[in-house]
Design a protein around this ligand. Sequence first.
Ligand SMILES: C[S@@+](CC[C@H](N)C(=O)[O-])C[C@H]1O[C@@H](n2cnc3c(N)ncnc32)[C@H](O)[C@@H]1O
Length: 194
Amino acid sequence: MQAEDWDARYAEKAQWSAEPNALVAELCADLEPGVAVDLAAGEGRHALWLVARGWEVTAVDFAAVGLDRGRDTEHGAAVTWAVDDVTNWSTAPGSCDLVLVVYLHLPEAGMTALLTRAVDWLRPGGRLLLLGHDVDNVAHGVGGPQDTTILHSVDRLAPVAALLDVDRCEQVRRETPAGTALDTLLWGTRPVSR
Ligand SMILES: C[S@@+](CC[C@H](N)C(=O)[O-])C[C@H]1O[C@@H](n2cnc3c(N)ncnc32)[C@H](O)[C@@H]1O
């Protein structure tokens, strides 16, 4: 989908819950607040949750209408909002403590290139959290994009996982009212020296 398609969806109605994804919240809850980038932030639910916990967050998305919805909330003024294409965006703050990439789906080469750049933005010891629909979700899960060329898998993430000290790189189940969805999680740290 292009930026204008996402803008049309966001203009129609709020797309996501204001609450963070439960796994994102679980993994990030105990991190010391620092500098974070939320790539493809949508309506900013994760950026807003992080700033409320003391983080300094830049939220990037090419859909201005989605970002506007996040900006117009209680903690919206505390987030730095950037309307941009994440595949070209190059103004990340230096030495990030956390980069989030949550439910962004791109063709494999573009995703690998983006995540490789995101690892570069991290300080040694900084964390990358990628969560998105798994390629197996099309046949064995519910919801999400049906184009398998843009979905995640442990195999597709292997080149990025190789750049990290990996805590988790696995398929995870997510219970929804419609049934069980299958996601891919990559959660790791930029090595202190490599
Ligand atoms: C499914 S939504 C997820 C939003 C948010 N991460 C969340 O979990 O609530 C996907 C988002 O990716 C954004 N997106 C897709 N391709 C993008 C690109 N190349 N550059 C910037 N944003 C993009 C869309 O505008 C949309 O807001």
